[in-house]
Design a protein around this ligand. Sequence first.
Ligand code: ADP
Ligand code: MG
Length: 674
Amino acid sequence: MLTLYSDVKYIKGVGEKRAELFHKLGIFCVKDLIEYYPRAYQDWSASVKAADCESGEPVSIRATLIKPVKEHYVRKGMTLFKCSFSDGETIINVTIFNNKYLANSLKLYEDYLLFGKLEKRFTSAEMSSPQIEKLADNIGIHPVYPATERLNSKAIAKVVKTALEALPEFEETLPREIREKYQLAPLDFAIRQIHFPSNNENAEIARKRLIFEELLVLQLGLMKLKSKKKSKTKLIIKDDYTADYYKLLPFEPTGAQKRAIADCIADMRTEYPMNRLIQGDVGSGKTAVAAGVIFTAVKNGFQAALMAPTEILANQHMSTLSAMLGSKIRIELLTGSTPAKEKREIKARLMDGEIDLIIGTHAIIQNDVEFKELGLVITDEQHRFGVNQRASLAMKGEEVHTLVMSATPIPRTLALMIYGDLDISVLDELPPGRQPVRTDVVNSSYRKRIYEFIKKAIARGEQAYIVCPLVDGEEPSLASAEKYAQSLANGAFRGYNLGVLHGKMKSKAKDEIMRSFAQGNVKVLVSTTVIEVGVDVPNATIMVIENAERFGLSQLHQLRGRVGRGSTGSYCILISDSEGDTAQERLSIMKKYSDGFKIADEDLKQRGPGDFFGSRQHGLPDLKIADMLGDMETLKICRRCADEILAQDSGLDLPKHKAIAGKISDMFRASVSN
Ligand code: ADP
Ligand code: MG
């Protein structure tokens, strides 16, 4: 019997091979499929007469095949099929490309529904490659799923339909009184109707119910996380060592850095734990803020932990902070690739209080790491972590002070919603002497010239990054980075010291390459987007990004932020052969703006919030149907509803809340694994 947790391959008509196509869409089990909601609908039920519609509009027309299909061979790989339909008033000439199966299935004098764009001619009309369905089979409103080249929306719909037919009734998750109070449809109805609505109104009702549930689960989960942080702390900072810290710095801190450090220290002097977000654009100097806060905390006798999302970044923090603070405090690095023996020693010393600052990846939050007196936890680039990861580190110490740092500009209202009682300091000032990065968008015919340009920079003693092309539909793979570097090493950059960096490399190898790049030995670093966050090599002045149109603007901004970190003029060259207006328009935003907030704003305007917040920019669980900004009103209502539920049953222990409690752990478990 099919259940929600059955592998998709067991759905009738799927099998091993097609299951792989579903995997590409992130669909592994039946539940994933059911939660793969349609992006839009095509309403085939409202069929019209050709005479009544506008040219160029997508329409659905009920028509009879009145002339048999004729095959026209054009060239290899291109066969056209032509035939004619009539809607009773107008002749509609239809062209079908290459689809022999469809063409052969059409029968003379049968009734069909044609769905597509209609082009009107003087006395007749034309449709090119419409979707065609037997009138008798028509289901009215068709779901449109985000599809891939090899798995189209129609095929997905068919599988969803089969699965829904095989599944028993969906068990209700929301208590009756909540459904009544907020006028929400039953879950079973909502799931079936969201995929195959019997009319537009039902589709709306289904959406409303599912969005509500998703946002309610999100709110409940976040509120439970937050409620753990309310109590007082004994970890009170008595003395402020900031003045001593400034003497250790090789530069004068900016006003914004000073304010942020002061904010943090003021927080840590109260009897409530600090819970602060430092928001600062790439290059604004967040590391120096973190170091300052750490210095004072450690001087007051507490241990501190600094967490980075990647090993590369953790390593870099290790060398930066050792250089700044190494003579004053005891610092160690703990990552997934620290050898077991060393790990054991580090853990023992942490427990004995012989280490003041531990820097690392999420390896630090593994359960068996204990501290003697952890007082401060800092998470860098927090949007890369799941909420739970932060929370579980915070729980290592008794009500520890937490500081999260991010370059992602989150609108304030949303930040408050997500982080609740979180305080925010903004680094709104760049270190002096920075020059804006000159940005250009070019097509690949410029590649040779770009390589020459890079060589000139190398001759001046500078360095460059090349972010290698993305492989179709996937994360930049090992093969693409290595192949690309290989071709450069044998071609344009023969005789130059090139380095390759990608996520699948052993961390030791990564570390070596990064170190060698930071020291200036490797001149050109060919990399996947693993360098996207945080990497700081001021001597690198050129960033070349291949297939730039495939990246989100915020991601491009992060990548561009890897250059322009010193006082030498820097360049960002976006290579794109995409001729579409939207791609070009999007990339031109990068040319126009250097401010991350502005870019995020434009990104939001152009792509809509769904994409921006769907793209893992915030460290929240993935939402399947709701959209943080677009559904802000519902979010507020859900917040109230969550308050009511928790007021009545703070542990969600009542039987009627069992299902929803399960949903919360589902959602938040998923966010940790990312
Ligand atoms: P981000 O905010 O992107 O994490 P970093 O902390 O990596 O930025 O700092 C970017 C660069 O700016 C580093 O090379 C750092 O040494 C330098 N820097 C930071 N603060 C200052 C300052 N006040 N004056 C000059 N350089 C600074
Ligand atoms: Mg940083």
